[in-house]
Write a protein that binds this ligand. Sequence first.
Ligand code: 5RP
Length: 291
Amino acid sequence: MADVDGLKVAKDYKVDVPFANQGDFHVKGANNLDWGMKKHLSNIFDPVSGNTVMFAFDHGYFMGSTAGLERLDVLLPQLIPYVDVLMGTRGAIRTCVPANCQKGIALRTTSGSSMLNDDLSHEVLAVDIEDVIRMNADCMAIQTFIGADGQLSSLDNLSKAVNAGMRYSVPVMGVVAVGKQMERTGRFFKLATRILAELGANIIKTYNCEDFEEVVAACPVPIVVAGGKKLPEKEALELAYEVISKGARGVDMGRNIFQSQKPAVMAQAVNMVVHKGATAKEAYEFFQETE
Ligand code: 5RP
């Protein structure tokens, strides 16, 4: 292992140079993968825009019933037309997502804590690969806590998921968690996103930060950005616009959609930014004008 004392600071990110191993496949870092992996990734990332709108409703895996998600069975059918991927637990998906829904599935496959714990960083890989395949999931979402107490188990979970995913052609999405003691700095997100990609994750979910273009440039797989806590709709659309402009290949939004006064309209507005090149202003005008 390299000596970390006196390390030179990484700075040559070449943010204007496109990814050099794209080949003819539209998903970054996937050119050398097999057909099954590429098919799943194409169910997530639109082959035309190259981007994705994921709707995250997996909060119940540690929060139980969450404001806005009390009735998944009622909410989901309203949103499904406007999103590309549904990110949830197997319990929520099996019970509340119609099986004839033709959207991608990002299956939350780790768990182990609840909001009653102070330290959420200790999780296990809770869904076996057979059930991932049975659910026809397009990726396994693995929560990872870099720099937290649970780092070892997180990276063990991620590696085991990558091993199983490689065996059966199911991609892995590494979800960067920010522990209570962690700072949301570009330095932290560069470290975390790159570690997860180096360990074999095919997609990274992370947060916006300063130097976000450098985070994107240094990560050899696509980044999707988490929405985070509920913001006014205008700000949430500005966030989506900013990260897409800086190279994110999508958003994975939860509360900023399902806690909106108009969740389905908000999902459409986000979709306009992610897929149709709309500015934040145009999308917000649509949000305001549409009932
Ligand atoms: C937790 C997750 C959640 O899916 C995600 O953060 C929830 O979405 P939002 O923050 O937009 O409500 O991955 O780590």
